[in-house]
Write a protein that binds this ligand. Sequence first.
Ligand code: PML
Length: 248
Amino acid sequence: MLYSVKMRSAKGGAHELGGKHISGAERIVNQEEIERSVQAMIERAFQHERGCADFINLKIEQIVPQNIVYIRQLAISTLAADTMLSGRNAAVEKLINSGVTKAAALSGIEQLAGLSESMHGAMLLSSTTGQRLDAAAQRGIRVSNMDVADLPAYRMVLRNCGLLDMHVREAVVLASKVQSAAGVIAELCWSDDLTYTTGYVANKSGYYRIPHLKLLNSPNGGRAFFIKPDTNIEVLVSYLENTPVLIR
Ligand code: PML
């Protein structure tokens, strides 16, 4: 039997009571692996670069095997860019190659760059106009319930590309789930971590890392999913947030 294990932590009390988000993590594991996963998550909550959490929420839930969807991991490559401007130009070009219009791609960059507060979730944007299509406001769409089926093998793939960083490990899993959804054409993301300036564009054929999608020490970050305008948003959001997905 497989279990979903989720952790979210905050400082200054629970998120709902105004605490500041520190870290979150999730795994899908066998019963024997639950304890080890929980331990790693608690360590992460106490030793995060954003601070030491004083509130930790843990949720462990059995998954119905018939509900699991198995997908492939997106292939990883890195595009050349040595400034934020060239990085954003490379992102626009890749988005256009994915089927997003130039206007929508530029609007996506503008909307992410214009976030006054970082969003933990993603915006759903029309791939033709760039207009926001979800009603999740500042919360955004929280992609969840995904993991790799074989963590040691996945670590080996990342090690072979010289990419063992936690940001990459989690982002590739998330991006692979997002691209497995009907209606999604591409994703644009950069982190809200102050010192992490590499972001990516993902589409159905790969995960394209782009150095310098934002300036060093900028707290601004988030995700935009470009979707076909006729996509059923309710079905898409339910898949992204609730359907358990394993990458193999
Ligand atoms: C995040 O941490 O929120 C986004 C991480 C982006 C990772 C990009 C990469 O290095 O591949």
